[in-house]
Design a protein around this ligand. Structure first.
Ligand SMILES: *Cc1c(COP(=O)(O)O)cnc(C)c1O
Length: 330
């Protein structure tokens, strides 16, 4: 039985992260407040270093390693925001980082991770092949596998974001959090519910391939087919051997919502037009849920804008109205 992540872990994470993490703004959205009749706050975590909240968990995990592990280094298979975050975290700690990816990953993503100082290994043609290389490096070279969500220090690191929100807005009625593997929402829920038990925690995913929501329905971790989606940072499974996030999400999250591709795109458009903010699809689900009428605010509400690492050509097409949603044909 995996030992539970506690508020003590979140507070320890905050201390460790203080010199490494931006405290991002929690700013009211006049347009969403006017539309819903209740104050809507945006946690602008897309302005975090590396462009997403993943830096919190990755940095906490690297800094929590003992001297021997730190001297050996860290490894992960993520090509997205976690890969970037781990590269940055390792560089700040003076630790070796290896990011494994398949040959199908676009060159610009490989370059972005290499530019942060990580070694990149191109292996096989799938995420599973990349993970096999991670397992090999962990077994043979003693590198520590830092996964994107299912690790105590990662969850505790993401929890620092929840702590910032609830300290600045103690009267919060609800917080909407993008939901994939559940590291973000588990950490946020732990911090928020500890300080404000009555605040509702709402997880928002895409309709196309929402793994955690399928697992909650099944009552256990199950395989879910990954589909192309604008919320690409929310893709992927939770792991059949999930240790922490499944039970935390099941126990701490009050409600889940899923959005269509068009509803996610509407969130991106609103963030740009009304707030002058560039956010990626995964980060737009809270705004999208309000615009679609799938979440009706009943009081002070916070939305986590979790990242901004969207392909700018895709962003431009969404703003121009020429983007064809995944699953539809032009
Ligand atoms: C990883 C990620 C999420 C989801 O976080 P989980 O901990 O996997 O639930 C949401 N938004 C962005 C931008 C991400 O990179």
């Amino acid at each position: 039985m995996a030992s539970a992540v506690t508020m003590r872990d979140v507070l320890a994470a905050r201390q460790r992260l203080a010199a490494h993490i931006r405290r991002t703004p929690l700013a009211e959205s006049p347009s969403l407040t006017q539309r819903s009749g209740h104050p809507i706050l945006l946690k602008c975590e897309h302005h975090q270093t590396t462009g997403s909240f993943k830096l919190r968990g990755a940095t906490n995990a690297v800094l929590a390693l003992g001297p021997d592990a730190r001297a050996r280094g860290v490894v992960a298979a993520s090509t997205g925001n976690h890969g970037r975050a781990l590269a940055q975290a390792a560089r700040a700690a003076g630790t070796r980082a290896v990011v494994c990816m398949s040959a199908l990953v676009p060159a610009n993503k490989v370059e972005a991770i290499a530019a942060l100082g990580a070694e990149t290994r191109i292996v096989g043609r799938s995420q599973d092949d990349a993970q096999l290389e991670v397992d090999r490096l962990a077994a043979e070279d003693g590198l520590v596998d830092i996964p994107p969500f299912d690790r105590r220090e990662v969850i505790a690191g993401q929890g620092t974001l929840g702590l910032e929100i609830i300290e600045e807005a103690p009267e919060l009625e609800a917080v909407l959090v993008p939901l994939s593997g559940g590291g973000l929402i588990a950490g946020v829920a732990l911090a928020v519910k500890t300080l404000s038990p009555q605040t509702r925690i709402v997880g928002v995913s895409m309709e196309r391939g929402a793994a955690m929501i399928a697992c909650l329905a099944a009552g256990r971790p199950v395989e879910v087919t990954e589909l192309e989606t604008l919320a690409d940072s929310l893709g992927g499974g939770i792991g059949l051997a999930n240790r922490h996030t499944f039970s935390m999400v099941r126990d701490l999250v009050d409600e889940t919502i899923t959005l269509s591709e068009r509803e996610i795109a509407a969130g991106i458009v609103h963030a740009y037009g009304a707030e002058r903010e560039v956010i990626e699809g995964a980060a737009a689900v809270g705004i999208g849920a309000i615009l679609a009428g799938k979440f009706i605010p009943k009081g002070l509400t916070a939305l986590v804008l979790s990242g901004r690492n969207i392909d700018m050509a895709v962003h431009a097409a969404i703003i121009a109205g020429t983007h064809v949603p995944a699953g539809e044909t032009a």
